[in-house]
Design a protein around this ligand. Structure first.
Ligand code: FAD
Length: 272
């Protein structure tokens, strides 16, 4: 389960006596669904490239995913022929996850585009080897009912000058920011992709310069981040997301080597 979201199965809540846990479990089984849980149907699947596919989701109450945090937890039932299990409403409104994780699969994704008026969300999924969620998405699950918990994680950071850098998993967030940040925003964006192909789709409404890096050319994301000449400005923000180990490395670079304050930088581990 990702560190960005504070949600645990109730069996893992410390100091919860066995009897209390049992009672809680019983009441939760019949209780309300988690407050920030919405449902949607997969209405379309598009292959975008060798590396990416897109799912279109249609729900009834997805407007809140257009505001604040950019991400959500995508929940799906592992076995369509078994009764569905969903998180219930826990203490303080937090989701209480069912113990039966074998049935419910959940991973964090970014709302690539959110149409609040039509209750539609588009999610771009990186096709990585051995990924149950990316394999599921590739199986063309049109018509399937899924859950969305959120919004979760970080939102669009403030900044007049921004460094936005990341790998495939960060690509949807970076592209959404390039579409939605104020047009006067300046900076550098670095996106690591497998190979050239999707550059023409980018809608960049900002003054941020976008540069693509390619794995098949041997480009190194961390080295490229360190090579960016940062301006002396009070309104800059440094944003990075990729594997956990790369994020650790870049967080150290931002905070220790550059001496950036936490309020002006963020390096997140999205996988690994
Ligand atoms: C805030 C946030 C936003 C995210 N947004 C997106 C998004 O919009 N699109 C997107 O595609 N992903 C996104 N991710 C990443 C995604 O949640 C993970 O890649 C997730 O692990 C995929 O789940 P899975 O079921 O396919 O594989 P898992 O069961 O989680 O992992 C199976 C194996 O694949 C490995 N693996 C996972 N991701 C990758 C990868 N990218 N490259 C290589 N190996 C990998 C794991 O380490 C593991 O060994 C986001 C993550 C976070 C935290």
């Amino acid at each position: 389960m990702n560190h960005l979201v504070n949600d645990r199965p109730f069996s893992q809540i410390p100091n919860l006596r066995q009897g209390v846990a049992k009672g809680l479990r019983k009441s939760m089984q019949s209780g309300d669904l988690a407050a920030n849980l919405s449902f949607a149907r997969v209405t379309a699947m598009h292959i975008l490239s060798e590396d990416f596919l897109r799912l279109e989701l249609q729900g009834d109450d997805l407007a809140r995913f257009a505001e604040g945090a950019l991400h959500f937890r995508l929940l799906r039932q592992r076995h369509a022929d078994r009764p569905a299990v969903w998180p219930r409403r826990g203490e303080g409104g937090k989701p209480l996850w069912p113990d039966n994780d074998a049935q419910l699969v959940h991973r964090v994704y970014t709302g690539r585009q959110v149409d609040a008026d039509r209750n539609r969300i588009t999610v771009d999924i990186y096709r990585h080897a051995g990924g149950p969620t990316s394999d599921w998405a590739l199986s063309n699950p049109v018509g399937e009912r899924i859950g969305l918990i959120g919004p979760v994680g970080g939102g669009i950071p403030p900044g007049g000058w921004m460094l936005l850098a990341g790998d495939e998993t960060a690509q949807p967030a970076i592209l959404r920011m390039l579409e939605t940040l104020p047009p006067e925003t300046e900076g550098e964006a670095l996106i690591l992709a497998g190979a050239p192909g999707r550059e023409g789709e980018v809608v960049n409404r900002t003054g941020i310069r976008l540069r693509w890096l390619y794995r098949d050319r041997g480009d190194d994301l961390s080295a490229a981040v360190r090579a960016v000449a940062l301006p002396e400005r009070d309104d800059s923000y440094l944003w990075f997301a990729a594997s956990k180990s790369e994020a650790r490395d870049i967080r150290e670079y931002f905070r220790t080597s550059l001496g950036e304050d936490r309020s002006r930088c963020r390096a997140s581990g999205y996988w690994g």
